[in-house]
Design a protein around this ligand. Structure first.
Ligand code: GLN
Length: 290
């Protein structure tokens, strides 16, 4: 490879380290990992390629491309948005402007749902699962990857989100076990479901302005804004779910910090009985109410 003028000292390893230092200096969390991901994306390298190619010199095009990605990150855009992809439950998921970036905390909902189904010996059954407000399809596709005979119904009011979810299902070889329906939560569903899951918008409207720039400026507002008290989506989807659950079926929803009691009360008011205390996320915050 010819030595590009002016980039003679920019090996993969060096540029990764200097990018990590710039991100850290700018106060961005996760600078080391982000630098790795951005260098990998700009150069088309996976982790192994980055190690075996560590001493390789960047071409000018590669250096320019990386610098454009670096500037976006420095301006507060999350790496998942820059790459258009985020790992959830070990699955690579494509994102679009209409989908929330899947959060690690949301894996708590998947864990809780699997615990409940497995405890009742239901995991091998031909379950019907609904994910209300599915976004990228993260929760539903994670569940289908674990439940070999289940069929998933994902709903969303955003056609663009459903396109993204459908693309993710195809990439994971799960298309035949998914149905995507454009509607508000459970309003367009018929029949009954052994499992209903949801990570609805739950941030009180007045709190949106105070969210971190990475969330406020880059996640779709429709996936965040839960109305005046943050509970609007639960009011709608819990009463709908009461009419859609098969007998012995489960409803598992993600909640924001401090919302678990209110959401349990809404479930009880709709005639659903709690299956046990909320499951906490890795930070110890009650996250999955069932
Ligand atoms: N967990 C997200 C956040 O706090 C909010 C997602 C939601 O409202 N469902 O950034």
């Amino acid at each position: 490879m010819s030595e590009p003028a002016g980039h003679g000292s920019q090996t993969v390893e060096r540029i990764r380290r200097s990018l990590a230092a710039r991100l850290k200096a700018a106060g961005r969390d996760g600078a080391e990992l982000d630098a790795r991901l951005l260098v990998g994306a700009a150069l088309g390298l996976d982790l192994t390629g980055m190690i075996t190619g560590a001493k390789r010199t960047l071409t000018k095009d590669e250096a320019d491309h990386l610098e454009r990605l670096a500037q976006r990150r420095l301006a507060g855009e999350p790496v998942a948005r820059i790459l258009g992809i985020k790992e959830f439950w070990g699955l690579p998921l494509h994102l679009s402007a209409a989908t929330l970036v899947p959060r690690p905390d949301t894996e708590t909902v998947v864990e809780r749902a699997l615990e409940l189904l497995r405890a009742d010996g239901m995991a091998e059954r031909a379950l019907r699962i609904a994910d209300l407000g599915t976004g990228s399809g993260a929760i539903l596709l994670a569940l289908l990857s674990e439940l070999p005979n289940a069929h998933g119904f994902g709903t969303d009011i955003s056609a663009e989100a459903l396109q993204t979810a459908s693309r993710n299902a195809a990439a994971l070889g799960l298309s035949q076990r998914t149905t995507w329906i454009e509607c508000d939560y459970g309003s367009g569903l018929a029949g009954t479901f052994e499992l209903i899951v949801s990570n609805p918008p739950y941030i009180p409207s007045a709190d949106i302005a105070g969210l971190d720039i990475e969330v406020r400026a880059h996640d779709p507002r429709a996936a965040l804004d839960g109305g005046a008290d943050g509970l609007d989506a639960y009011r709608a989807l819990i009463s709908q779910s009461a009419g859609l659950l098969a007998s012995g079926g489960f409803l598992v929803v993600e909640v924001g910090q401090g919302q678990s009691d209110d959401v349990e009360a809404l479930m009880t008011a709709s005639g659903l009985s709690p299956t046990g205390p909320p499951k906490a996320d890795l930070g110890g915050i009650p996250r999955a109410v069932s």
